[in-house]
Structure formats: C-alpha cells, structure tokens
Design a protein around this ligand. Structure first.
Ligand SMILES: NC(=O)c1ccc[n+]([C@@H]2O[C@H](COP(=O)([O-])OP(=O)(O)OC[C@H]3O[C@@H](n4cnc5c(N)ncnc54)[C@H](OP(=O)(O)O)[C@@H]3O)[C@@H](O)[C@H]2O)c1
Length: 249
C-alpha cells in the first residue's frame, strides 16, 4: 500500500509510542487526525512536528472511557481530512492488579478504554469504508492495533489489562476475517519498549538485561516502523508481530 496521501487516525497519538507512530505516518506521506485525551500541549507539539514533514494534521480530544466521545472520532477525521483510510488503535491504560484484587470499577474502566473503544472505532471505520468504497481493494484501508506481548505468556500481574489486550488480539483476527478483502487488520504486540512514565531509561535497560533474550529494550521508533510495514504489505492481514526481543517466547 502506498501511504502517500492516506488519511490516518491515531488514538493516543500525541505522546510516547503513539507520537512515534504519528510522526512515522506523517513522514510516509499520510495526513493525520491525532487523537489525545489529556495531553493537549504535547498534541500541539506532535502536530507541529508532523506538519513540518508536509502532513495535514488535525487534533481531536476524546475521553475513550466515554462511548459517545469515542463515536466522535471517526466523524471528526472525515470532516477534517475528507475521509479516513487508516486506523491505529494505540491508546490504552495499564493498571496493575491480580484476579483477586481487581475491583469491578477498575475492570470496567480498563475494558472501556482498551477494548470497547477500539471495537467502536473499528466498527465506525469499517462502516465508513464500506459506504465510500464498496469495491474490493486491498490497498485502500487498514487497521493496526497495538497489543502487549505479555498476552502470550499468562501471569498474575495486570490481570484485567492482559484480558483487554487478549481481547484486542481476538478482535484483530476476527475483524481480519470479517473485513476482508477491502480492509486489512493487523497488530504489533510490544515488549519492553519505553519505561513506565516517570521511570528513567535505566529501568528498562536493567529489565532488558535480566528478562529479554536479545538483552536490549525496543524503541517507540521500532514500533512505528513495524506499524508502517504492516500498513504497506497488501498480503498481510490477521498478523501480529511480536516486538519483544524474545521476552515472551
Ligand atoms: N510502553 C511500553 O513499553 C509498552 C509495552 C507493551 C504495550 N504497550 C502498549 O503500547 C501502547 C502505547 O503505550 P505507551 O507506553 O506509549 O502508553 P502511555 O504512555 O501510557 O500513553 C497512553 C496513551 O493512551 C491515551 N489514553 C489513555 N487513557 C485515555 C482516555 N481515557 N482517553 C483518551 N486517551 C487516553 C493517552 O492520551 P493522553 O496522554 O492524551 O491522555 C496516551 O496517549 C498502549 O496500547 C500500550 O498498552 C506499551
């Protein structure tokens, strides 16, 4: 798929991993709707950087825990960019908690943000695509979901979070079936990419030395390169790239 002139929506596209994806898509020639929640200042800065590589950029804030707010995102992309060709579901929250100590309210919140929002966005995106481009064209539209490679090795930590990412993995494969041949749906499952907000880079270096077979952390730029790869390859759908240095083999 030639990304030049494609119109992309990136959730959580203002900061960290989402920011790197926004900038890589802008560099590849896409126009962008950068969705953000609270990061208004960083969103302006990311938009400015993306604009400098020639992209048309619009910003849109929406609380992903609010279904009506989520439903505003694809229409905002259509209004601002004339249509939407690519959807990147990157935004998520990462609450800790085991099976025994996860309160229902926390469960609900992480499911709403990490799984219900990508579901609603995928549905709105697919309906938009089917309305504007009913002819089958595998080069026309694609979704990439950002997963967590933890889902491939179950453990007690981040219990509800893991379930949301497992659900998003299932959504990726199910949607790949349902939305073919005109919309491809793929995913990247991340390992140690960036330290949790507030932790120094050494946090991740130490973790990589002890847990990652390749003995190094990844990077937000590597995530973005893999997203671009999945978008460009017209024979890939239902694929999840594990970007974890072998950590969760
Ligand atoms: N960092 C890693 O090493 C790593 C590892 C495995 C998987 N991942 C996955 O990679 C993706 C990005 O990770 P990250 O570390 O860059 O995430 P992050 O720094 O925690 O950022 C979370 C993003 O989600 C958005 N967000 C969260 N709750 C929201 C809400 N209620 N409404 C609107 N937006 C909301 C935030 O937007 P605002 O800041 O604008 O509010 C922000 O852009 C996530 O899906 C994560 O699960 C990351």
């Amino acid at each position: 798929m030639d990304l030049q002139g494609k119109r992309a929506v990136i959730t959580g596209g203002a900061v960290r991993v989402g920011r790197a994806i926004s900038l890589a898509l802008a560099a590849a020639g896409c126009d962008l709707l950068i969705h953000y929640g609270r990061s208004a200042g960083p969103a302006e800065a990311t938009a400015e950087e993306a604009t400098s590589s020639g992209a048309r950029v619009t910003l849109h804030t929406a609380d992903l825990s609010d279904a009506e707010a989520v439903r505003s995102i694809i229409p905002a992309g259509i209004d601002a960019l004339g249509g939407v060709d690519l959807l990147i579901n990157s935004a998520a929250i990462f609450p800790d908690g085991s099976l025994l100590d996860t309160p229902l309210a926390d469960w609900q919140q992480v499911f709403d943000i990490n799984l219900r929002a990508p579901f609603l966005l995928s549905q709105a995106f697919a309906r938009h695509r089917r309305a504007i481009a009913p002819e089958a064209d595998a080069d026309a539209a694609a979704i990439v979901n950002i997963l967590d490679a933890r889902i491939f090795r179950p453990a007690a930590d981040h219990f509800a979070y893991r379930l949301t990412k497992s659900g998003l993995h299932a959504l990726t494969e199910g949607a790949a079936h349902e939305l073919a041949p005109d919309i491809r749906v793929n995913a990247v499952a991340l390992g140690a990419i960036l330290p949790p907000p507030g932790e120094p880079p050494e946090y991740l270096e130490d973790l990589a030395q002890s847990r990652v077979p390749l003995r190094r952390p990844g990077s937000a730029e590597a995530v973005a390169e893999n997203v671009v790869h999945l978008l460009r390859q017209p024979f890939l759908t239902g694929v999840t790239i594990r970007l974890d240095g072998g950590e969760f083999l």
